[in-house]
Design a protein around this ligand. Structure first.
Ligand SMILES: NC(=O)c1ccc[n+]([C@@H]2O[C@H](COP(=O)([O-])OP(=O)(O)OC[C@H]3O[C@@H](n4cnc5c(N)ncnc54)[C@H](OP(=O)(O)O)[C@@H]3O)[C@@H](O)[C@H]2O)c1
Length: 233
C-alpha cells in the first residue's frame, strides 16, 4: 500500500487530496494545527494517522517522521500547509519582519526540513515530493511580496532538489485560485464564490503522482488541459 505524508489536511486542497488518495487505497500521515478540525476532516478514511501540530515546530516534524518511519518507505511527501501571512496583505515597505519570518518558516523552511528528515524513506520508495506553490511565486502582485517571495524560494528549493535527487520526482505545483480560507484571507470581505473548489484541482495533482512526468514546476491548469511539460516559471 503506498504511503503519503500530507501537511495541512484539515481543509482546502490538503483535505481534498487526502480524501482522493485514501479512496485510492493509500495509507496517510496527515497534520494541521487544529486537531479537532483535522479529526473531523479525516473521519471515515480507512488508513490515516492523524498528528496535530505546527509544521514550524521541530518536535512536531519529528513525530511526523516517526509515524512515517514505521513504514520505512514514503511514496509521496506533499508539502501543502502554508500561511498567507498578514491579512490584509501589506506592502513590503510596511511588512513586519517578524511576520515575514513566520511566513518563511512555514512556507520554505518547514517543507525543506520535512524533506531532509524523510529523504531516506522517499529514496527507498523512489518517491515524489510535491511542494505546493502559487502564481504569486512568479508574478509581482502588489501586497504579495511576503508570501510570493516565500513561494519563489520554495520553487527554487524544489528545482535544486530535483537536480540533486535524480531517483525522486520533485514538483512545484501551482494549483491556481481556489475557494478556501486562505484565499478569503487574501481578499477579505470580497465574494470569492466564483473561484473553483479545491477538489477540482486534485486530478491535476494526481497526474503528478501517478504519471510521474519529469521533475519541474507544473500548473494545475496546464495539467488539466493535458499538458505534461513543466513550465519554466
Ligand atoms: N487557495 C488558493 O487560491 C491558493 C492559490 C495558490 C496556492 N495555494 C496554495 O495551496 C495550498 C493549500 O492552500 P489552501 O487554500 O487549501 O489553504 P487552507 O484552506 O487555508 O488550508 C490550509 C491548511 O494548512 C493547515 N496549516 C496552516 N498552517 C499550518 C502549519 N503551520 N502547520 C500545520 N498545518 C498548517 C491548515 O490547518 P490549521 O489552520 O489547523 O493548521 C489547513 O489544514 C497552500 O500551499 C497554498 O499556499 C492556494
Amino acid at each position: 500500500m503506498p504511503i503519503a505524508l500530507i501537511t495541512g489536511a484539515s481543509q482546502g486542497l490538503g483535505r481534498a487530496v487526502s480524501h482522493a488518495l485514501a479512496q485510492r487505497g493509500w495509507s496517510l500521515v496527515v497534520d494541521a494545527r487544529h486537531g479537532g478540525e483535522l479529526a473531523s476532516a479525516t473521519q471515515g478514511l480507512a488508513d490515516v494517522t492523524v498528528i496535530p501540530g505546527d509544521v514550524t515546530d521541530p518536535d512536531h516534524r519529528a513525530r511526523l517522521t516517526e509515524a512515517v518511519g514505521r513504514s520505512r518507505r514514503l511514496d509521496a511527501l506533499i508539502n501543502n500547509a502554508s500561511t498567507l501571512g498578514v491579512s490584509p496583505l501589506p506592502q513590503l515597505a510596511d511588512y513586519s519582519l517578524e511576520a515575514l519570518r513566520n511566513v518563511y518558516e512555514t512556507n520554505v523552511i518547514a517543507p525543506l526540513a520535512l524533506f531532509q528528515l524523510l529523504a531516506e524513506p522517499l529514496t527507498e520508495a523512489g518517491g515524489t515530493v510535491v511542494n505546493v506553490s502559487s502564481d504569486a511565486a512568479v508574478e509581482a502582485y502588489p501586497g504579495w511580496g511576503g508570501y510570493g517571495s516565500a513561494k519563489a524560494g520554495l520553487d527554487q528549493l524544489t528545482a535544486v532538489m530535483a537536480a540533486e535527487e535524480p531517483r525522486l520526482r520533485c514538483y512545484a505545483f501551482d494549483p491556481g485560485d481556489m475557494r478556501t480560507q486562505m484565499h478569503q484571507l487574501a481578499f477579505p470581505g470580497e465574494d470569492i464564490s466564483d473561484r473553483p473548489e479545491p477538489h477540482t484541482v486534485v486530478p491535476a495533482l494526481l497526474r503528478l503522482l501517478f504519471e510521474r512526468p519529469p521533475s519541474g514546476r507544473y500548473r494545475a491548469s496546464d495539467l488539466a488541459a493535458g499538458k505534461l511539460a513543466a513550465v519554466a516559471r
